[in-house]
Design a protein around this ligand. Structure first.
Ligand SMILES: Nc1ncnc2c1ncn2[C@@H]1O[C@H](COP(=O)(O)OP(=O)(O)O)[C@@H](O)[C@H]1O
Ligand SMILES: [Mg+2]
Length: 454
């Protein structure tokens, strides 16, 4: 059968299970907006009925239901009868411990209440990409053409197969650290075991130890039963300590011990337990500087510094931009069922001239926005400019680069160039107007334009 251009796969089905109707409605709206077909259930009994009748692809499952059947029970039933269904648990802060149990039972991920919709969106998008055979890179393949990323990929391949080796992944926010870690897991012979991530910055200091290591019965007042931690839940697999730079200082020595002795001790336990997991760590912080400020332990830094992969910011690998943009176009055209849309050469040039402080994540978000708002097959250059400008306008003036969401190492010169380009764009290329915008004399502007090669 010849491939027909208009053919789009039908939207994935998402079942939302939560006993709070407000959350149910909110999630339903969100999920529909994201292009899924939504079903909802307020009780476990109803959830099981819908799973039987509608065969959903994804289930968003609240941990606690008013019902006699709670979230974990439903998860068990799903994983027994329909293991291909992807389950994302939703838990309150207090239920984090059961979230660990849920991951162990085969849940893909857990989202804490209040729900972070950006994070949930990213998770759902990634699932959708995985489920559509045509889009994205093959497992163990990275989308990269630039010299820099090819080097990164070569190193990654070499290190990934050493399946006990701890790797530290560095890079600005949005450069693809989590993406790379997932690939590392898939490339290693741990791929058939769990891959778990723990965000060190969104877990309260006092919870991180019990999250990772678990605890014994009676270890503290609430500990009526013993609980396993993520390390045990991931047995045989890989754990990513995400945003490692934010890990509490006091806890870092325990991570060092874990790395050096490959064992850990649950809270309240007498003996150490051997840990059969690979540890990956990622951060967008400058660990060197953190060591100097006594926020990060020097010994742990040395230990982690053995195998590092640094992801270059997007503005340093311009060749990747068209490749990534094309792949994101495919993804989002499918998601919104728009038919194929493209960005032409001129549009790509504009994208390649942008500094991308939010890196690949920002490019991905922009492409999504363009797909949604554009009504032509070739995305109009004006649309691109306008939406990039939106990104620039949001930058507040008079704060440190970090606070502005800009990379800290962006030079004054680069900033100047950006503002000048923007002023020239705004004034339609009229130098007098642009000079006015910038508060410069025409001569001063001309001098700078010349310096920039314009
Ligand atoms: N090389 C790549 N190819 C395709 N998608 C990518 C690539 N790098 C990053 N992404 C996507 O960009 C987004 C941000 O990546 P992520 O790994 O979360 O960044 P970080 O952890 O560094 O902040 C994710 O949606 C991810 O899937
Ligand atoms: Mg990340």
């Amino acid at each position: 059968m010849p491939p027909s251009k208009s053919h789009q796969p039908s939207p994935l089905k998402v079942l939302i299970v939560d006993d709070e109707s407000l959350i149910r409605c909110g999630l339903e709206k969100f999920v529909k907006n994201e292009g899924f077909t939504a079903f909802t259930a307020g009780s476990g009994t109803k959830a099981l009925k819908i799973i039987e009748e509608q065969e959903p692809d994804i289930v968003l499952l609240d941990m606690k239901l008013q019902d006699s059947i709670d979230g974990l029970e439903i998860l068990k039933v799903i994983k027994n009868s329909r293991p291909e269904i992807i389950v994302i648990m939703i838990s309150g802060q207090r239920e984090l411990y059961s979230a660990v149990a849920a991951m162990k039972l085969g849940a893909r991920d857990y989202q804490e209440k209040p729900i972070d919709f950006d994070k949930l969106k990213e998770t759902l998008d990634n699932i959708r990409e995985e489920m559509s055979s045509t889009g994205g890179a093959e497992p163990g393949e990275l989308q990269c053409v630039s010299e820099k990323m090819r080097k990164v990929f070569a190193i990654t391949k070499r290190l990934a197969v050493k399946s006990d080796l701890t790797i530290l992944i560095l890079g600005e926010s949005g450069t693809g650290k989590n993406y790379l870690c997932q690939k590392i897991h898939e490339m290693s012979n741990r791929r058939d075991y769990p891959y778990l991530q723990i965000g060190c910055s969104n877990i309260p200091d006092n919870l991180i130890e019990s999250e990772l290591f678990g605890y014994e019965k009676g270890a503290f007042t609430d500990a009526r039963n013993s609980k396993k931690g993520l390390i045990e839940a991931a047995n045989g697999g890989t754990i990513l300590l995400d945003e490692l730079g934010d890990m509490p200082y006091q806890f870092q020595s325990k991570i060092l011990k874990l790395l050096e002795e490959k064992s850990f001790r649950p809270i309240g336990a007498i003996d150490d337990i051997p840990a059969d997991v690979r540890i990956l760590a990622a951060t967008n912080h400058d660990l060197n500087a953190q060591v100097q400020h006594k926020e990060f332990r020097l010994d742990l830094f040395y230990r982690l510094n053995i195998a590092t992969i640094e992801l270059p910011p997007l503005r340093e690998r311009l060749d990747d931009i068209p490749v990534l943009a094309d792949s994101f176009l495919k993804t989002f055209c499918r998601k919104y069922d728009t038919g194929g849309k493209t960005i032409d050469e001129k549009g790509m040039k504009i994208l390649q001239n942008h500094p991308w402080p939010g890196n690949v994540r920002q490019l991905k978000n922009l492409v999504e926005k363009l797909v949604v708002l554009s009504d032509s097959e070739i995305i109009a250059v004006e649309d691109i400019k306008e939406n990039l400008e939106g990104v620039l306008v949001e930058v507040p003036v008079g704060k440190g680069a970090e606070e502005m969401g800009l990379p800290a190492d962006l030079s004054l010169e680069a900033m100047e160039e950006r503002f000048i380009r923007k002023a020239m764009d705004k004034s339609g290329g009229n130098q007098r107007k642009a000079a006015d915008f910038l508060g410069l004399s025409r001569d001063a502007l001309r001098y700078r334009l010349k310096k920039m090669g314009l």
